[in-house]
Design a protein around this ligand. Sequence first.
Ligand code: SF4
Length: 117
Amino acid sequence: MIRELTCIVCPKGCALRVELEGKDVKSVTGHTCPRGQKYAEDECTHPMRTVTSTVRTSTGEVVAVKTATAIPKEKMVACMEAINRAVAQVPVTIGDVVIENVADTGVAVVAAANLEI
Ligand code: SF4
C-alpha cells in the first residue's frame, strides 16, 4: 500500500510517499531532510498531535491552552472533553498547568496566554 502525505515539519511542505506493508514502513521518498522521513514513519505508525484550544476561567473569560507536547492522535477527543470540563483559576500565566496528565497521556495541558484579574 502507498500512502501520500505532506510533511508538516517545516514550511517547505515536501510531498512524501510512504510504502507500507501492513503496518510496517518499507520506504519513504520525497523528503529532502531526515526530519521528513521521521515524520512519515511516525505518522504511519503512531501519529501524534499537539492540541490547541481555549478553556473557561473562574471569571467567565476564556484563555488559550495547549498540550505541553504532542499526544497520541487517538487521545485527541478525550483531551478535548477534559479541556471542555476544566476551569482555570485566574490569574493565569503562560505555562501554568491547567490539567495534569490529560486523558492519561502523561502530558499536561498548559496555558498559552496570560489572563490578569
Ligand atoms: S522533509 Fe524536511 S525540508 Fe521537507 S517539509 Fe519536511 S522537514 Fe521540511
